[in-house]
Design a protein around this ligand. Structure first.
Ligand code: PLP
Length: 362
């Protein structure tokens, strides 16, 4: 039987190299608590991303919770996008804050600054959490203006956007905090892991204590923290993947271009009105109608190709229904976007096969 093709596949780096790191862990007998491999990965990521304050944590959801907590958002109202993975808003609920959705932009599919400002102008919203969705940066300048105009925290969920750039600049210069995920399905991963990047040193120091139960350098506990530490084994995986990251990105950039060239103007893609570098993490395509999307999805499935409908906010049953009302652009786009398979090691002939099925069913 023909092998199935899934929407993504985790990347496994050189086992020989991983074993060398594991040998080091066995020799040192240090498994966690900011061990040498976590420190090495922190240092290398700081250099790679050109940032000053970076803290590794055990996953991207912990990093979101920490970012919201550090900005004192318990019981407050956080404006965010409905068009994202569930964690962006489940973490808001879990923290004990309120979700307030603003609508998205129908070309770049990210949170619309105009829609956010409409909420802020009526006095609603204590913080903004845009998501750099599918590795495409939001309109970062526009959010920076809102941040200063309304004097509120700006936290980016950059889970998809580790290496993205905006108008030739580093995305991490923008906002107060960026939360990143290093989950196995992301382009760069530590199996499970994540990071926080800060623009203010005070936030970094707070976070550093919070991931260790709130215990500070002197052993005092001023704030109730959590266990958010990354282990040495996870850091070892991260160090191995990091060595290959540039090649992984090049390969995926090539695959994305190949898809786009083969699909031509059959389907639409995420676009931005500003220059940016997007990280090739997913391969989302937009259909003319939801019906067409469903028939193509079924046809692909019949041939063992599993695309995925990222993301369907109407499935967020933990929210009150009114929270999802009045978000016309989001409802429209979310219902017409399908993520096609994209992973390192994917072949041109697999893409040819997928494109042929799409063409035959459109
Ligand atoms: C993956 C992801 C997260 C959560 O990260 P985990 O490491 O899986 O906890 C948060 N936000 C977005 C947009 C994601 O895609």
């Amino acid at each position: 039987m023909k092998k199935s093709i899934y929407v993504s596949r985790p990347y496994l780096p050189s086992k020989i190299k991983l074993n060398q790191y594991i040998d080091q862990i066995y020799q040192r007998n240090i498994l966690t608590n900011n061990g040498p491999l976590v420190q090495e990965l922190t240092q290398r990521l700081k250099e790679k991303l050109g940032v000053k304050y970076l803290l590794l944590v055990n996953n991207g959801t912990t990093s979101l919770l920490l970012a919201y907590h550090i900005k004192n958002l318990v019981n407050k109202t956080i404006i965010t996008t409905p068009y994202t993975f569930a964690a962006t808003s489940t973490a808001i609920k879990w923290l004990g804050a309120n979700v307030l959705f603003a609508d998205i932009d129908n070309s770049h599919w990210n949170l619309s600054p105009e829609s956010v400002e409409q909420k802020l102008a009526t006095g609603k919203g204590d913080a903004i959490v845009p998501v750099n969705l599918f590795g495409v940066p939001c309109d970062l300048d526009a959010f920076e203006e809102l941040k200063s105009k309304y004097n509120i925290p700006l936290i980016y969920d950059s889970a998809h956007a580790l290496l993205s750039e905006y108008k030739g600049k580093n995305i991490y210069q923008y906002g107060d905090i960026h939360s990143i995920s290093f989950h196995a399905t992301k382009l760069f991963h530590c199996i499970e892991g994540g990071a926080l990047i800060f623009n203010q040193e005070a936030d970094y120091i707070k976070a550093k204590n919070l991931i260790n139960f709130g215990i500070d350098e002197l052993g005092d506990i001023h704030d109730a923290g959590i266990n958010g530490k990354l282990s040495e084994f996870h850091a070892a995986m991260g160090l191995c993947v990091l060595d290959e990251l540039d090649e992984l990105v090049n390969e995926r950039d090539y695959l994305v271009d190949y898809y786009k060239q083969k699909l031509g103007d059959l389907l639409q893609f995420q676009t931005t009105p500003f220059p940016c570098v997007s990280q090739p993490i997913y391969m989302p395509v937009q259909f003319a109608t939801e019906r067409l999307l469903c028939s193509v999805e079924e046809a692909l499935k019949a041939q063992g190709v599993f695309a995925r409908r990222y993301f369907l906010p109407q499935h967020y049953k933990f929210l009150e229904l009114p929270e999802l009302q009045g978000l016309e652009k989001c409802s429209d786009i979310a219902n017409r976007v399908l993520c096609l398979p994209l992973f390192n090691g994917m072949t041109e002939s697999q893409i040819d096969e997928i494109v042929t099925i799409i063409k035959d069913n459109i």
